[in-house]
Design a protein around this ligand. Structure first.
Ligand SMILES: Cc1cc2nc3c(=O)[nH]c(=O)nc-3n(C[C@H](O)[C@H](O)[C@H](O)COP(=O)(O)OP(=O)(O)OC[C@H]3O[C@@H](n4cnc5c(N)ncnc54)[C@H](O)[C@@H]3O)c2cc1C
Length: 451
């Protein structure tokens, strides 16, 4: 029953996030994650038995956020932009090697190493680009400092992190890095008392705006006139000095480097459905969420700065301990300052995600429901979303992708960046209006009624 419900209402409907939690819950290992046409999806043997929990925890159809806030934090968030915060800072890893290697200052890596070296965990489950091939990414169990360092940086394609749970050792304690919908799904499992989920002591994860369909990589290579049969030997999403560049090396010796602000042009052409439907930007169910500290002040300094949000007492104590030992640099920040660095993305998720999901339903498609609706989304904001959604619809067609590949990146990169900045400024009043006092009303998700 649960298998067919997941297959028809989530996977075939195109809203599966590819997290892997249902694969973990499948009895006798009768399921696996496979590469579908536009991302990872579960494949189930017939027959395959799945508990109802696989449906409840499935973030593709949506997790009941109001219920989870109450279960996990005891109440709804005071600030709807970033969720429950225990303490908030800007900062970076003190070790210059970790700071430079990291996506936005190496905080996540420094904390993971500290958790391991102080015996709080036995290992960390991390996303690793380059497994099983340079082009792909999957979870990796890091047991040493070197292992953790080998997983540094962001992976901007989906990684099925949660099918790792059945592979963990009994009696061992783990940290894991997860994107927002995965963190929420794992918390559902933990609160249900599921044994495998109790092995996770710490959840860390990035603020997550948009991820890319893995086909974006080949598309970028074609735009750079790299042959389809020239295999990738190495791929780094955030190489070099912050904010970094995408670096791809191929077997024939081609080296493609694209600045982060330039390869963003791939987003409208290859954004994942998960990025469009999620309403959680700040990774609200982690112990520690980290994002880039996007602000003129920090960007002019370079080197790497993060926004660092601790969501639990135990994580705050660890970060403060690390700061005293000079392993990490922390400057206390307030929610307003931190949110203003990510206003566009918070709005993209909280209001945009809601509108996009509503529109999917209106045209008869299945959409996730998180039990949350933003209050007072004005007409100008709805118009902005009509424009954004139209751009995504057009750009994600095969013909638009083909046209994009014909335009040299040195033209498209700067052109897109200028257009993006112009659009950001033009849409700012509508997007920021009311964001400071963003409120959400809660409801029982529709899917709770689906039998
Ligand atoms: C898909 C995606 C979209 C993002 N969008 C934004 C954004 O819009 N705005 C913003 O401010 N920040 C965004 N970030 C976060 C940012 O890129 C950095 O990851 C974050 O600031 C942490 O930096 P760090 O230097 O502390 O991380 P590092 O020290 O480099 O460590 C990163 C850790 O996270 C793990 N990790 C990387 N990617 C994934 C993944 N996909 N799933 C699970 N674990 C992973 C790695 O294994 C590594 O251990 C995004 C990250 C991702 C993965």
């Amino acid at each position: 029953m649960t298998v067919s419900k997941l297959q028809t209402r989530v996977v075939l409907s195109g809203i599966c996030t590819g997290c892997g939690i249902c694969v973990t819950l499948a009895k006798n290992g009768k399921a696996r994650m496979i590469q579908g046409p536009s991302g990872l999806i579960p494949e189930f043997d017939t027959p395959c038995e799945l508990p109802e929990l696989a449906w409840t925890a499935c973030p593709g159809k949506g997790v009941d956020y109001p219920e989870l806030y109450k279960e996990h934090y005891g109440e709804l968030p005071a600030d709807w932009r970033v969720g429950h915060i225990n303490k908030l800072w800007t900062g970076y890893a003190s070790d210059p090697v970790i700071r430079r290697a990291g996506a936005s200052g190496g905080t996540t890596t420094a904390v993971l190493i500290y958790l391991l070296e102080t015996g709080r965990i036995d290992a960390a489950i991390l996303a690793k680009q380059g497994t099983p091939t340079a082009e792909r990414a999957s979870w990796f169990i890091a047991k040493t400092r070197e292992d953790i360092l080998s997983c540094v940086q962001s992976v901007y394609v989906p990684v099925a992190m949660l099918d790792c749970l059945a592979h963990l050792e009994t009696g061992k304690k783990y940290a894991i890095t997860l994107v927002p919908e995965q963190s929420a799904a794992l918390r559902v499992l933990q609160h249900s008392g599921h044994e495998l989920a109790q092995k996770i002591e710490f959840v860390l994860g990035p603020y997550t705006g948009t991820a890319l369909d893995p086909r974006a990589v080949r598309s970028l290579l074609r735009a750079n006139k790299v042959a389809n049969d020239d295999p990738i030997t190495s791929l780094k999403w955030r190489a070099g000095e912050w904010p970094g560049y995408l670096e791809i090396i191929t077997a024939s010796g081609r080296e493609i480097r694209s600045k982060k602000v330039y390869y963003n042009f791939l987003i409208p052409f290859y954004v994942t459905q998960t990025s469009l439907q999620s309403m959680d930007f700040a990774n609200e169910f982690t112990d520690l969420s980290v994002g880039d500290a996007w602000s003129p002040k920090f960007e002019s300094l370079g080197q790497g700065f993060s926004v660092i949000a601790s969501r639990s007492e135990k994580m705050t104590a660890i970060l403060e301990e690390m700061a005293i030992s000079d392993l990490i640099q922390l400057t206390q920040a307030d929610v307003l300052e931190a949110s203003s660095m990510h206003g566009h993305m918070i709005d993209f998720k909280k209001r945009g995600g809601y509108l996009r999901n509503q529109w999917r339903k209106k045209i008869g498609k299945i959409a996730p429901d998180y039990g949350l609706s933003p209050v007072g989304t004005g007409a100008s904001r709805i118009l902005v979303e009509v424009i954004i959604t139209s751009i995504f619809i057009v750009c994600r067609t095969p013909i638009a992708r083909w046209i994009m590949e014909q335009i040299p990146e040195k033209i498209l990169g700067p052109l897109f960046n200028n257009l993006r900045l112009a659009w950001k400024n033009a849409s700012k009043p509508a997007k920021r209006k009311g964001l400071k006092d963003l409120r959400m009303v809660t409801h029982e998700p529709d899917w709770a009624k689906i039998k």
